[in-house]
Design a protein around this ligand. Structure first.
Ligand SMILES: Cc1ncc(COP(=O)(O)O)c(C=O)c1O
Length: 400
């Protein structure tokens, strides 16, 4: 019998192996470390987003659904009301189509020339930023005797991708002149939506509005105008237009350090492991590479199977939960293993659950707390969880 049973998931899929995963199986019998993704949370977060806007909801599921698993996340978001999916790369869009998702998909990032035909063939919408992109999309569509659906991206202040707003009308006209391309959308992206007071948000919106007015005046406005990411859904209501593109809030993670999501949003991801060794080490024993940590007294030291090869950063000050208490990770994190100081948990033994992100008893560690320790943002924490960590994705028993 394994102590400290982990939460039960039904209808779950082990994405890495596609093996069926039921509540009868404790993940510790099978995995050294794993991620649990609560699809009920994603579905509920999507529903809460739909209730906040009259615009359509695009679920942004790029980078393996911010580390949560793209396909299952997309399906849960659709059940919650998402009508579109956003990805960064052609391969990500094709993965969604291959899994049977038929809803509209937009590749938000640049699509290299050879990737265009498969995208057009599968009715996946493409982002264009200049006349070269437009010509390439037209060529791909002509060779298939089809039509490419494109969204024109405008750079209103992020200085990353997109045409100057002053070019919007001439590029839209060029698209309109081709029988092989149809202008489905026009969009931009905010650089500082997470800082509601930043004056650049209004300035970006003004530039976008000016470009839209020109498109309207020339009868070139496409049906899908979109600008807002998660933070802007809450802080820039004038930016909702026809669709909002939401990533981080869909996963129940905080879009800003300056305010919190409403209480109905729930984080969907937990990252767990188990103790694989527990020892009392005598005073003066070095632990981990460089024997960086040296025991002061006799100390209870545990080893668990997560390392920087899984995306657990080699930074000082990491903490994990064991038996419902925060305990310090000691010595440098290794590639596949880490050590933890267990003096406060004398009962801890091999097989005890270790929580890196998530809840255990009354204790919790959020992705935001991990990000703070690592000097980064919650996005990078969940996106950085390695692909070798199995995602156990499903609905917890309690949600059905
Ligand atoms: C173009 C674009 N739109 C929308 C999003 C979603 O942003 P968020 O996760 O802040 O909602 C992203 C994410 O990086 C993006 O690049």
């Amino acid at each position: 019998m394994l102590p400290q049973r982990t939460s039960d998931y039904t209808h779950a899929i082990d994405i890495q192996t596609s093996a069926p995963y039921t509540s009868a199986v404790d993940p510790r019998s099978k995995h050294a470390t794993w991620v649990e993704v609560d699809l009920a949370a994603i579905e509920g977060n999507a529903r809460a987003l739909v209730a906040l806007t009259n615009a359509r909801l695009m679920a942004v599921v790029k980078a393996n659904g911010y580390g949560h698993g793209a396909v299952e996340t997309a399906r849960a978001a659709a059940r919650g009301g998402a009508a579109w999916f956003g990805v960064a790369r052609p391969e990500e869009a094709l993965e969604l189509r291959d899994s049977g998702i038929e809803d509209p998909i937009l590749v938000l990032g640049p699509a290299p020339g050879d990737s265009l035909e498969p995208l057009v063939a599968r009715e996946i919408s493409i982002t264009v930023c200049n006349s070269d992109h437009i010509a390439s999309a037209a060529r791909a569509a002509q060779s298939l005797d089809s039509t490419a659906k494109v969204h024109l991206k405008l750079d209103t202040g992020m200085s990353r991708l997109g045409a100057a707003p002053s070019e919007a009308a001439s590029l839209a006209r060029r698209i309109g002149d081709s029988d092989s391309i149809s202008l489905e959308g026009v969009f931009t992206h905010f650089a500082r939506a997470d800082e509601p007071e930043a004056p650049t948000n209004r300035e970006q919106l003004r530039r976008f509005d000016d470009a839209l007015s020109q498109l309207v005046a020339d009868s070139l406005r496409p049906p899908m105008v979109h600008a807002a990411n998660s933070a802007a859904v809450f802080t820039l209501k004038d930016a909702h237009f026809d669709m909002v593109r939401v990533g981080i809030a869909l996963y129940g993670l905080q879009p800003s350090k300056e305010w919190s999501l409403p209480g109905e949003f729930q984080p969907a991801l937990q990252w767990k492991s188990q103790l694989t060794r527990v020892r009392e080490l005598p005073a003066g024993t070095g632990v981990s590479y460089g024997q960086d940590y040296v025991t002061e007294n006799e100390e209870r030291i545990g080893t668990f199977s997560v390392g920087y090869g899984d995306g657990f950063r080699r930074t000082k000050g990491n903490q994990v939960l064991v038996a419902g208490k925060p305990v310090p990770v000691i010595g440098p994190v290794c590639m596949d293993l880490s050590m933890v100081q267990l003096d406060s948990i004398p009962e801890a033994e091999v097989g005890y659950e270790v929580v890196l992100i998530g809840n255990q008893g009354k204790a919790a560690i959020s992705a935001e707390q991990v990000a703070e320790r690592w000097g980064t943002i919650n996005y990078e924490v969940t996106c950085g969880i390695g692909l070798r960590v199995p995602r156990l994705v499903g609905y917890p028993d309690s949600s059905r």
